[in-house]
Write a protein that binds this ligand. Structure first.
Ligand code: AMP
Length: 397
């Protein structure tokens, strides 16, 4: 069966068509500037590239163009829409209602809508993507895979904030965590790779380090704690996001510069992190290059990033009473060996010894020394494949 994976943003849409027989990617594409002048679609099928610039007023028109591209007689991946067996949608916020992926029906759609206040930037876009697909492909089964679902096993001491309980009870304010599909995929893959039974007292710390970054404590194969919170703003320093900040500092800035809550949140989400500290770039490759050339602000940005990641790794080892494996994934985690070396430096006391030569390798690998008590690994994430597997499992039932 071919499964179509959709990740819909407010003005963009990324997609992949995966053949589940061998889990190969048959097509990969993205639509940008939906509803804005210059809407365009780019798709790759093997070595063939399909590109168009055409008006796409909304997500329905974007999905129609995507299907045209996928079924194009020369550069497409399938002959007709009938060859797409199911669609898996990435949904950011599933609140506390969803602990696993779900077949989309009216009840599920209502629950995703009810989570809009918790994910105001992403859930409306995810809903637009689902509704557009339902309109254009009314007979194709669809599945929602939530970024928050894996983290629903956290105990209350991990997910409750130290604020009056009333806010949890009345407004559902708590830690939800994100990148759950990635943390679930890499923790399972790492356990398989190591040949360990992760369900039996195994303690893992997964570091998803990309433009957005989060750390997850995984105990017995389940999420025990994670660094992102009610929204993906909390936790470690990121490309443009601040990570955790003393809320009173925000009040200070807002009063002093007379800025609104919305403006403050834009600063925290879009102008902070590596970009805010360096004043130059949110991309770790740029930061590394300029830091290596001696740029003080880029050196500081890199140091802060390393420092905040170390803090979470240390905290999660303490919370779980130790750690058996530390896993790196996503753009920075998979590719930046120098940063991995900086992060792991000083963790020998925990029994985690990095092998600097192995750390220079690429792909799925163990990068700890043979005598390291704690295994250190790189596991490339594959959220699309995880979504496709969940979708296949649910529609096959
Ligand atoms: P992601 O959000 O997972 O796509 O990760 C984006 C981050 O990963 C950016 O800061 C990039 O600089 C970094 N990154 C992506 N690819 C590479 C690479 N090949 N080498 C070094 N850094 C990379």
């Amino acid at each position: 069966m071919n499964i179509l994976i959709i990740n819909a943003g407010s003005s963009s849409l990324k997609y992949q068509l995966i053949d589940m027989q061998d889990e190969s990617v048959r097509a990969k594409g993205q639509v940008e500037r939906i509803g804005i002048e210059g809407s365009n679609l780019k798709q790759k099928v093997g070595g063939l590239e399909y590109q168009i610039i055409a008006p796409m007023k909304n997500h329905i028109e974007a999905i129609e163009h995507m299907l045209k591209a996928l079924t194009d007689s020369e550069k497409g991946a399938v002959k007709s829409m009938d060859e797409i067996g199911a669609v898996g949608h990435r949904v950011l916020h599933g609140g506390a209602d969803f602990t696993k992926s779900m077949i989309i029906d009216d009840k599920v759609m209502d629950a995703i809508r009810a989570c809009i206040p918790l994910g105001p930037l992403h859930n409306p876009a995810n809903i637009m993507g689902i509704e557009a697909c339902q309109k254009v492909m009314p007979n194709t089964p669809m599945v929602a895979v939530f970024d928050t679902a894996f983290h629903q096993t956290m105990p209350a001491e991990s997910y409750l904030y130290g604020i009056p309980m009333e806010y949890y009870e009345r407004l559902k304010i708590r830690r939800y965590g994100f990148h759950g599909t990635s943390h679930r995929y890499v923790s399972k893959r790492a356990a398989d790779f190591l040949g360990v039974d992760a369900q039996k007292g195994y303690r893992m710390i997964t570091c998803h380090l990309g433009n957005g970054s989060s750390i997850c404590a995984v105990k017995d194969g389940k999420c025990f704690d994670t660094s992102m919170g009610l929204t993906p703003l909390e936790g470690v320093l990121m490309g443009t996001r601040s990570g955790s900040v003393d809320p009173a500092a925000l009040q200070f800035i807002m009063n002093s510069d007379n800025i609104s809550v919305d403006e403050m949140l834009t600063i925290l989400n879009k102008k902070s992190g590596l970009l805010g500290i360096s004043g130059k770039s949110s991309d770790m490759r740029d930061i590394d290059r300029m830091a290596d050339e001696g740029d003080e602000r880029c050196i500081m940005a890199r140091n802060i990033l390393v420092h905040t990641i170390k803090k979470f790794v240390g905290a999660y080892a303490a919370e779980m009473g130790g750690v058996d494996a530390i896993v790196f994934t996503a753009g920075i985690g998979e590719n930046n060996n120098a940063l991995r070396e900086r992060i792991m430096d000083g963790f020998e006391y925990l029994g985690a010894k990095l092998d600097k030569e192995k750390n220079k390798g690429r792909g799925e690998m163990i990068i700890s020394t043979d005598d390291s008590k704690v295994k250190i690994l790189v596991i490339p994430t594959n959220e699309e494949l995880a979504i496709a597997r969940d979708t296949l499992a649910l529609v096959s039932k």
